[in-house]
Design a protein. Structure first.
Length: 256
């Protein structure tokens, strides 16, 4: 038997969804009301709130220090459960060492680029130098060819990443939905980027609400205009999203 849906479970991306982008991940500015709003959502949902982010668990915790929320970090490759247990994708600890050395050289030659070493994955940000986008993507594709099938290239908003194959944000949401306190609830996922399309697809399959922040093709059926609109929605304490604009245009994340 399918479980009876008792309420909503909330899954929230961070960058571009709860906070506006900055030139570097460490430079984002948190709206002073945001921690209070997320805490209120956590309380009203019985703890069924999880952050679904490309950031590491530690990096996300620095943005939300008042409570250790359930989190899927590094696009689902590490996950902290509601009971505090942490699981991580099993990869060889030295698998990315050669790629790290190459990318450090890339950043030395092009200081406008930013290398973010997340441990399990590597991100090359070109937000400060959009003209270097093609170069950044070529560099990552070349490294991916040397790593084999255990890694893939993942594209985001002015960032390209080397991530382990086999997990994504959709798989992370699916795992949470099999666990307490999320089990038996209807999922709501809010995200803004192509990497969030995995989560949108999962939420659609589970009969929930997929909400995209900002413009662009998407599989989400709901839309918020920007981060400010997300914060206003949280401020209202709305248990389910208001339809802003419906789209039936599907989109799949591009990976290599």
């Amino acid at each position: 038997m399918r479980p009876t849906v008792t309420g909503f479970a909330y899954f929230l991306d961070i960058d571009g969804t709860l906070v506006d982008f900055a030139d570097a991940p460490t430079a984002v500015r948190i709206d002073p009301a945001l921690p209070r709003l997320v805490e209120a959502l956590y309380q009203s949902s019985g703890g069924a709130v999880a952050l679904i982010t490309g950031r590491t668990l530690g990096d996300a915790d620095r943005l939300f220090p008042s409570r250790q929320l359930p989190i899927a970090g590094q696009h689902g490759h590490e996950r902290r459960l509601a009971d505090g247990r942490v699981s991580r994708h099993r990869v060889h600890p030295e698998a990315l060492d050669a790629a790290r050395r190459v990318l450090r050289g890339v950043v030395e030659r092009h200081p406008q680029l930013l290398l973010e070493d997340k441990g399990l994955s590597l991100a090359l940000h070109y937000r400060r130098a959009p003209r270097l986008a093609s170069y950044a993507h070529r560099s990552m594709r070349s490294l991916r060819a040397t790593l084999g099938e255990q890694y893939r290239v993942q594209h985001g908003k002015r960032v390209v990443e080397l991530v382990p194959a086999g997990r994504d944000k959709g798989a992370a949401i699916g795992a949470f939905m099999r666990e307490k306190p999320f089990r038996g609830m209807r999922p709501v996922f809010i995200g803004d980027d192509v990497t969030d399309e995995y989560g949108f697809a999962m939420v659609n399959r589970l009969g929930g609400h997929a909400i995209k922040v900002g413009p662009g093709r998407t599989a989400a059926g709901w839309r918020f205009a920007n981060v400010r609109a997300v914060l206003r929605w949280l401020e209202r304490g709305t248990p389910a999203p208001k339809r802003v604009r419906h789209t039936d245009v599907s989109s799949q994340p591009r990976t290599e």
